[in-house]
Design a protein around this ligand. Structure first.
Ligand SMILES: Cc1cc2nc3c(=O)[nH]c(=O)nc-3n(C[C@H](O)[C@H](O)[C@H](O)COP(=O)(O)O)c2cc1C
Length: 268
């Protein structure tokens, strides 16, 4: 075969493709365990952040193990669920929202009227995380929240005081909104605006809302209102729907009522 013949060129190209395919596959398979460990650590880091426990140089795994209690709650009645019935098992830290929502036994469909966040299906149970102080007193409740933004599904954590009314933090660990527009939900300056906002009114109704614009000084509901983000109205509307959904009757509402009576001690 001549060195510049068509079949020779084709053969070399195929050989290069085959070698590259093998290299990529080996790298993907070989790095998967490390990726899973990194994903888990990232989740723990975000839980610590939501819990007010993240500081530079902190030992993430150690702080998580010392200060955070995690358990599962049944969304239908808000009771603790000691061992979810999932083939292969599940832990609060490795909870896969979409997988559990899609399976018939572990998820359920939402009717359009009860689905302001566009999720279509949700799991029947969710993990919750409670930060405890050195005396094992609950100091913060962290609820995983999921909802649709403009382009993508937003995954985050909503952290509240033990009064189960005061929001301390809302952060996102995964979304695909546009950087500089919807992506500004990750901006610490916007996240700070949630600190101290009241999720519920005196009557127990959900009052938290994200405005289109800024909260005015004379707004009588200022404690319930959060500034919008200009150029990201659709995303922030999604955030509002998401937070309100998860605080409501199809989300953690029954659990919050249960916790108000029984306290926040995790049963696992
Ligand atoms: C390329 C592109 C990306 C956009 N990304 C977002 C986004 O991530 N979130 C969002 O709410 N709006 C996004 N928008 C803007 C919306 O389409 C819409 O114009 C905007 O929500 C209007 O909100 P405003 O009243 O805050 O300007 C994007 C627009 C363009 C052209």
């Amino acid at each position: 075969m001549a060195s510049d013949s068509k079949s020779r060129i084709l053969l070399v190209a195929l050989a290069v493709c085959a070698v590259c395919a093998v290299l990529v596959s080996v790298a993907a398979v070989g790095l998967k365990p490390r990726q899973e460990v990194n994903q888990r650590m990232d989740k723990l880091r975000n839980i610590l952040d939501a819990g007010g426990l993240l500081s530079p140089g902190v030992d993430v795994a150690d702080t998580y193990n010392r200060s955070v209690r995690a358990g599962f709650v049944r969304l239908s009645d808000g009771s603790w669920l000691e061992k979810p019935d999932v083939p292969g098992g599940v832990t609060p830290e490795a909870f896969d929202f979409q997988r559990l929502a899609m399976r018939a036994g572990t998820g359920r469909a939402l009717a359009p009227a009860e689905d302001p966040s566009g999720l279509k299906r949700i799991p029947r149970f969710m993990p919750v995380f409670v930060v405890e102080d050195d005396a094992e007193k609950p100091v913060r409740l962290i609820l995983p929240v999921v909802g649709k933004g403009l382009w993508s599904t937003l995954y985050g954590f909503l952290a509240m005081d033990p009064d189960l009314r005061t929001i301390r933090r809302l952060i996102f660990y995964d979304h695909g909104e546009t950087p500089g527009l919807g992506g500004e939900i990750d901006n610490p300056r916007w996240q700070e605006k949630w600190d101290g906002k009241l999720a519920f009114g005196e009557d127990g109704r959900i009052r938290i809302a994200v405005l289109h614009g800024s909260v005015q000084a004379d707004d009588p509901l200022a404690r319930h209102h959060v500034d919008g983000i200009s150029g990201a109205t659709k995303t922030t509307q999604g955030v509002q729907s998401m937070v309100r959904f998860w605080l409501g009757g199809n989300g953690y509402g029954p659990f919050l009522s249960h916790a108000a009576k029984e306290g926040l001690h995790v049963t696992r």
